[in-house]
Design a binder for this molecule. Structure first.
Ligand code: NI
Length: 144
């Protein structure tokens, strides 16, 4: 069997897999961020088991809130972010760094300048926990 034939076979298998919905192929994050036009409005770009991967652009502060049962991962792709905690504590996240906010802990994300983040959190996670804010986005809005 020639190498060419093997390559063709593989590409056919790949196409079948793609068409059956087993894989969405490469997700270009830059393009994903292009589709984000509003601050503090996460958009779901992938699901890994029971977790969503989301992209968001943020600037200013969100709102103090917590998630009783869910840890929340913040990965800073561009700019920098500060996660504020109670008692004046804060974690500073420069570009390229990440941080996991533990479940049940009150926090407030703050960005002095525009910041691009990837979030990984369980599908059940509510944007601002039990707090309703003008910035709160529903899951439907995050999936739109
Ligand atoms: Ni949160």
């Amino acid at each position: 069997m020639s190498l060419c034939f093997v390559a063709a076979l593989r590409s056919t298998e790949w196409r079948d897999e793609y068409e059956s919905g087993l894989s969405a192929g490469a997700i270009d994050l830059e393009t994903s961020f292009d589709a984000v036009t509003e601050y503090w409005s996460p958009k779901v770009v992938a699901q890994v088991n029971d977790q969503y991967v989301k992209v968001a652009k943020v600037r200013g502060e969100l709102v103090w809130h917590s998630h009783a049962d869910e840890d929340e991962l913040f990965y800073v792709v561009r700019g920098s972010l500060r996660i504020e905690y109670e008692a004046g504590q804060a974690v500073h996240l420069p570009e390229g760094s990440m941080h996991v906010v533990p479940r049940g802990v009150l926090h407030n994300p703050v960005a002095e300048e525009e910041c691009w983040i990837v979030l990984i959190e369980p599908v059940t996670t509510r944007h601002t926990g039990d707090v309703e804010s003008p910035l709160t986005k529903s899951l439907a809005q995050q999936l739109a």
